[in-house]
Design a protein around this ligand. Structure first.
Ligand SMILES: [Zn+2]
Length: 494
């Protein structure tokens, strides 16, 4: 359902920006015609005519950045990862195996070297780091095992917002049919060579986006971007759990986590290569009992920070030609499956999961083999991966990271005044560094995505002729170039 609505918006968006008055009028008329009982017509007639929230904003510089994503480079990355034969977290990581190019240790060293290579190409703009810890024996870990996450930091330039972080991740460990097999082939081309390649490709493209001959090391985005690859996913999300806990303990302000896991676009007959699923939690995993009570009272079940991030990705999908459209799934993950975004959700961070539209389970977590009739081919091999599709997903990720890292911080302390019984709605917030204006967005309570937007050119307060009882509001900050922050849903204040 959400997808159908989004795709309608996407079709209209192809008319370009700004929407012509006629198209906007037709859209508003359509919206009004279909929402009859809940309709905001009367209220809207009293106030300034709101624009549609699904009004794409395209930064030509970001559009140019994402054009640099290369399907061929992504293919090379995935084939290299597969060449390590078995990247199980319990596979070899001794010096000799690393030298022989076999096992997770060799994969780890190669990823690190690859980040360092990108950094060299941008005048040392990336800080390449590792996060290593020893996991004690557990259900899928037979003996104490060293686990290493490898990541690169593209430090933000704005001294007023040094801790703002957006993050992209994929897991570089793999598995075959047996969770405890660390030697036989576990190619993991799609699961999750594809996600690892997305993180690496975003690092490559965004690190050199601002390069010029005159200032080779000029720093880039106001906010910080982290390109992460984790291990231990298949043994129980161990790597991401450790990383997210570290981020929480150190007070990192991670605004959004994009977890790419199985984004290979497996070339099975019913695949839909025009979309990528984006999963987001509804009730936050980290919410306390008191917060759950508040969410229940206010009808905030579909407004977790993760879901606002998913809606932001939908907006990016309308603004840039990534080659693939996000299909928002309002659910934490697929049935019986989990992923690294959940580790971040548990620590209270907004995090979503990207996954191809249709998975082929013969090509995941399987020993490489054929069935007795020699018909079905099992195994997660590069030949089942659609490298163009992975490139499209990388473009959508890169555009989202660049948009968020270019935008001002989301407004803080967003409040909705509720002490008087009235039909108008007054919102207040604290100014964001770098914001040139703000936008109040809103939607009907039963709408999946933001529908309307009202610009607030000065001050940090707005009163709208729309009843707070009938819609869901949020406020976002906008800079002079039009980059939008994530929207923040207000807290009611008496
Ligand atoms: Zn996976």
């Amino acid at each position: 359902m959400a997808y159908q609505e989004n795709s309608k918006i996407a079709e209209f968006a192809s008319f370009g920006y700004p929407l012509t008055g006629l198209v906007a009028a037709v859209l508003v008329a359509l919206a009004l015609a279909f929402c009859a009982p809940l309709c905001l017509a009367q209220e809207m007639a009293q106030g300034p005519a709101p624009r549609l929230a699904a009004d794409p904003h395209t930064d030509p510089h970001i559009a140019e950045m994402i054009r640099q994503v290369s399907a061929d480079h992504i293919r090379q990355t995935i084939e290299k990862l597969v060449s390590f034969q078995n990247r199980s977290t319990i596979s070899a990581q001794d010096e000799e195996s690393i030298k022989a190019g076999k096992g997770i240790g060799a994969a780890r060293e190669w990823i690190k070297a690859e980040f360092e290579r990108y950094s060299k190409e941008c005048g040392g703009c990336l800080e390449v780091k590792t996060d290593t810890f020893t996991e004690q024996p557990g259900e899928r870990i037979p003996k104490p095992t060293e686990i290493t996450n490898v990541y690169a930091v593209l430090r933000g330039t704005d001294p007023q917002q040094p801790n703002r972080i957006v993050l992209v991740t994929g897991h570089y460990d793999s598995r075959n049919s047996d969770t405890f097999n660390g030697t036989d082939p576990a190619p993991g081309a799609n699961d999750d060579g594809s996600g690892t390649a997305v993180s690496l490709e975003c690092a490559r493209v965004l690190s050199k986006a601002f390069l010029s001959k005159t200032s080779p090391s000029r720093a880039r985005f106001p906010a910080t971007i982290i390109f992460l690859t984790v291990a231990g996913e298949e043994q129980g999300l161990n790597g991401s759990k450790h990383f997210a806990q570290m981020a929480k303990q150190q007070g990192w302000k991670i605004e959004g986590v994009l977890n790419n896991d199985i984004v290979g676009g497996d070339s099975s007959p019913q695949q839909d290569a025009s979309v990528v699923r984006v999963f987001s939690e509804g009730l936050p995993a980290a919410a306390s009992e008191a917060e759950i009570r508040r969410i229940r009272t206010l009808g905030g079940e579909s407004d977790s920070t993760s879901r606002e991030l998913a809606r932001y990705i939908a907006d990016v999908g309308r603004s840039y030609d990534a080659g693939v459209k996000p299909l928002l799934i309002f659910r934490l993950d697929r049935f019986l499956r989990g992923g690294d975004h959940y580790s971040f959700n548990q620590q209270g961070f907004a995090a979503v999961r990207f996954t191809e539209f249709r998975e082929d389970y013969n090509h995941q977590h399987q020993n490489v083999r054929k069935d007795d009739a020699n018909v079905i081919e099992y195994g997660d091999l590069p030949k089942f991966v659609d490298f163009d599709y992975v490139a499209h997903v990388a473009r959508l990720n890169a555009a989202t990271l660049a948009s968020l890292a270019s935008a001002p911080a989301p407004p803080a302390s967003v409040k909705m005044l509720t002490k008087n019984l009235e039909n108008d709605t007054t919102l207040t917030w604290e100014p964001s560094p770098g914001a040139a204006a703000y936008e109040v967005v809103w939607r009907a309570t039963n709408a999946a995505d933001w529908e309307y937007v009202q610009k607030v050119s000065s001050g940090a307060r707005a009163t709208l002729k729309v009843s707070k009882d009938n819609v869901i509001f949020a406020v976002r900050a906008v800079d002079a170039a039009g980059h939008r922050s994530l929207p923040v849903v207000p807290e009611p204040e008496r």
